[in-house]
Design a protein around this ligand. Structure first.
Ligand code: FAD
Length: 440
């Protein structure tokens, strides 16, 4: 019985499993096993809305076994530690697994570009845990700032810097702006809007590279209007507890610096033999196979497809590659010709907080409220599962009528900033001590 092992249940891995179920004959005896370190599928585009307490995190993650329904694949929650391509085995925390076909869909990790202190002192924004910790961190700091008598300390607590003006950084900072100015400032009586400072550091000359320049300019104006400082041609060159240094020597005092500046391939993929691109992605042929190991497919954020190097690390590309890898495995089983990957840009939708977005689909480009409505509609449609779609839609409706829920779920511990007089936990947490574990 041919064994097909898929590592990762993100956009690419999940699509591989779903498409394999369609592509292989109903009565075939294939053993399809999906392995992931979490037992749910994370719909990453909605993560910024967790930080702003707009949606409940449980409402946009979907347990893999619920997605599976009657499909044939098995699921195992396990963490992959190493790959042995020669022996066709994968070693996981809870044992090793043999395969005939392997699909690597392990996603990517944050690239700190070797900036001193960035890994240790900035907040990552890749996983659901990152979003949850960031939400609580933000609230912790607001609690502390609400009653501190020192205006300089209050300003530092309420200064948030996002490094990276790509779509993730922009969507995150605009969500934070909504929350801090429209929820926190009116309710926390010790915090005035002027105490809050939001900064985006972008190393290149413009934010939202890859988006049409008209839309990027519109977004810039929107962020300016919302009081978000956008610093272009400003790279973060050093990070330390309590701040970040910008190219040119300026130091920004900020208790929270979030790193959204780039991604590189998963370390297991980066360590594969053969050519890799500058982001560590392994090069695969047009059929998504490793040249030396045609039984191994690499898909999603960690794959650099030959002749399609310009394909961005986004969900639609991962989904396309996952589907293609599945069909090519079915072709190999049937002995029919393999299909080739062709990158076809699908468009770009970027939310700019409540009521604003930019949309670019083919030749159609627009911005503002209707773009925001479309952003919502598309993301709701793409969520997996009717129950989740209803839950998120209800969250959005309630969030536009009622106040958000700013409850902090963890118990307070002693805060070092005020020698323990305050009961805030946030300032005590460093990015890495708060994270759920070491990053891959
Ligand atoms: C905050 C954020 C917002 C984003 N917004 C958008 C957006 O609006 N639109 C868009 O198109 N793209 C967006 N992206 C990018 C998009 O999420 C990625 O391009 C996409 O997830 C890539 O799919 P993938 O299957 O390659 O990897 P992933 O979806 O990351 O899946 C990788 C899977 O592998 C698992 N895994 C990793 N290591 C191990 C291990 N050692 N053992 C077992 N399992 C492991 C992970 O848990 C994960 O489930 C966003 C990303 C982030 C972080």
């Amino acid at each position: 019985m041919p064994r097909i092992l898929i590592l990762g249940t993100g956009f690419a891995g999940l699509q591989t499993a779903i498409e394999l179920d369609r592509a292989l004959p109903r009565d075939s005896a294939h053993d399809i096993l999906l392995v992931n370190d979490q037992n749910y599928f994370l719909f990453t585009p909605l993560m910024p809305q967790v930080v702003s307490s707009y949606i409940n995190p449980r409402h946009f993650i979907q347990p893999i076994r619920d997605i599976r329904g009657r499909r044939r694949f098995r699921f195992r929650r396990d963490t992959v530690h190493s790959l042995d391509l020669a022996a066709r085995r994968v070693h996981c925390a809870e044992g090793s697994l043999a395969y005939d076909y392997l699909v690597l869909a392990l996603g990517s990790r944050t690239d700190f570009f070797n900036v001193p202190g960035a890994r240790e002192h900035t907040w990552d924004f890749k996983s659901l845990e990152d979003a949850l910790f960031l939400r609580e961190r933000l609230l912790d700091l607001c609690e502390h700032a609400d009653h501190t008598a020192d205006p300089a300390l209050r300003r530092r607590l309420l200064t948030f810097v996002v490094v990276g003006g790509g779509y993730t950084g922009v969507e995150l900072i605009t969500e934070m702006q909504d929350f801090l100015f429209h929820y926190v400032a009116p309710r926390y009586r010790g915090i005035a809007p002027a105490d809050i400072r939001l900064v985006v550091l972008e190393a290149t000359g413009e934010i939202l590279r890859g988006v049409h320049p008209d839309l990027a300019r519109y977004s810039r104006r929107r962020l300016d209007a919302e009081g978000i400082e956008v610093r272009t041609n400003s790279a973060a060159v050093r990070s330390f507890p309590g701040g970040v240094e910008v190219s040119g020597g300026e130091v920004i005092q900020a208790e929270t610096v979030i790193w959204a500046a780039g991604v590189r391939a998963h370390p297991l993929v980066e360590s594969l033999p053969g050519p890799h691109d500058r982001r560590g992605r392994t090069q695969v042929n047009v059929h998504l196979q490793l040249e030396e190991h045609p039984e191994v497919f690499v898909v999603g954020d960690s794959a650099a497809v030959v002749h399609a190097e310009g394909a961005p690390q986004v969900a639609p590309v991962a989904i396309d590659e996952g589907g293609l890898a599945a069909r090519n495995i079915a072709h190999l089983e049937r002995g029919t010709p393999l299909e080739s990957f062709r990158y076809a840009p699908t468009g770009m939708l970027v939310s700019l907080g409540m009521n604003y977005a930019v949309v670019s689909i083919g030749r159609i480009r627009f911005s503002g409220y209707f773009a925001w409505l479309l952003w919502n509609a598309v993301h709701l449609f793409k969520l997996v599962g009717f129950k989740k779609q209803v839950q998120v839609a209800v969250d959005w409706m309630l969030g536009s009528v009622f106040p958000r829920d700013a409850s902090i779920l963890r118990r307070p511990v002693r805060c070092p900033l005020c020698s323990g007089q305050c009961a805030s936990v946030g300032a005590l947490d460093s990015p890495r001590s708060a994270s759920a574990g070491p990053k891959p």
